[in-house]
Write a protein that binds this ligand. Sequence first.
Ligand code: F6R
Length: 610
Amino acid sequence: MCGIIGYIGNKEAGDILIEGLQKLEYRGYDSAGICVADEKSISRTRSVGKVESLKEKFALNKHKGTRGIGHTRWATHGAPLEKNAHPHSDLEEKIYVAHNGVLENYKELKDILQKKGYTFTSDTDTEVIPHLINMYKAEGVNIKEAIIKTVKCLTGAYGLAVIDKDEECLYAVKNGSPLVLGIGDGEMYISSDEIPLIGKVENTVFLSDGDIAEIRASEYQIFDINNFIVEREVNEIQNEAENISKEGFAYFMEKEIFNQPQSIKDSMRGRISKDNNEIIFGGLMDHWGKVQNATSINFIACGTSYHAGMVAAYNFENITRVSSRAEYASEFLYRHPVIDKSGIYVAISQSGETKDLLSAIEYIKKEGGTVMGLVNVVGSSISRITDFGIHIHAGPEIGVASTKAFTSQTLLLSMLAIKLAKDKGTLTKEEYIGIKNEILDIPRKIQKVLSCNDDIKKLAEEHSDKNNTLFLGRGVDYPVALEGALKLKEISYVHAEGYPAAELKHGVIALIDKDMPSIVLATKGTNINKVLGNVEEINARGGEIVMISDEDQDVFSHIPHTRISIPNTHPILTPILSAIPLQLYAYHSVVVRGRNVDQPRNLAKSVTVE
Ligand code: F6R
């Protein structure tokens, strides 16, 4: 949430910052701002709305300079107004700060500063930071020491980029919110993630919590809060430039949906040995004993990643016979759970930065639990604080609605489930090989599902006047129903609910009428005859029915419905296929309503606040 960019070098900083913000825009897009400095002056441009309007405004201002910082905002404190857009400055307009995160003690700090005569021009928590730096500088310390003293006052999560008119450098500070340095030849970048750095630099340094980096055009140094130098590993950028372009698709979400045959292949690459059918996860090798003997498997995540965890909980418990459950990270932490020290906690995250999940992981580790990560973004905070883990390798996901991350998470967790079940002897060798062969065939089957795109587009167009939709399923189809509902509501703003099909009769059935379509998942792994009963109940009340079921399923033929078939596969893999028509349905539902597919209102891609 919120994107930060910084540049220092020999090129015009303004254009570079705007380009960087456009790539970070998926992290927040209610307002944006940049601040550019040359040897003599410093100037700021801010604008409400998308980076495009900032770009237009900046073109008129024509500020020149070879260093600067920028920010694209997802509002927490204060409405999306220009006065609340970052960077924020001190009253002398010399020190500017861009902030990602939330300061928990900003009210106390604001009171102290106001009593000292500092006046505030915004409603943000961030504005205390430039004032504090100014205050410490006025006491006679240099900028770096003033930043260190300021950081010591802050409670909460923050990634900061700081620029001072009088200093030929930039500062980056990390505590809880991600920041990465891009190391170029005579130029350096600060960024919230690697994406704006792809094609610009070859090497990056991920900052750790507590790091304060002093960055000049040709060198940087990292300090801790006690001003001692710390060393951080330099990494090579792994992503390719084409991963962050739309490649001819209208939207990133569309590209990411259609990319799934490939992203699934990328996730399984090198993980199934051809010689002996072994499933190999390099990151688990040294910890396999712990996984094998786990007394419980606990999936912790948020949003779509939580739905992947729910699918996994059904599958793991079913085939490994180890007690398995999934829980929202945001709820987990606050119920003060008892940690199973002989169990495994699996933290699932696309971004690797989700704050609720980070806090839950910290809690589990503090209580002596073991955390395995399943994370897409290499080098992200979650991938670094977990005990061991698996990288998802689905490639960058830019569309705010998560699609390919879900299918890859589900695939990898299914692979892990069968590996564990084989080792535990709860799956026979023949069953294991059968599922493994099905896994290898999944990319082809996804391609087949994608060929129903036109039918789904037509359905979404027919439903363009519907304001409510139900998604129903039993067993492993239930988390997929939840995912279908989340996808639809988050991007099209159509009210949608995911429900266990059997719960219908306990209240929800009251909602059924001709204007409330029910999208029912009825795949082989679940009790089809029971689902049939639920579908009959909807039909009897005049509700419209859309069925998503395996291609050889015909028990519903006597009930009027629209049918979307998915290829037959092993039931533990079905969610990978059945989620895709729901992604397409959500996508076309937005397009037909003329709304912003990749940047839905009120949302951001990486949720770095609790
Ligand atoms: C929905 C969506 C969110 C994320 C959730 C967790 O399409 O993208 O619900 O799944 O914010 O994010 P990660 O997986 O990055 O931890």
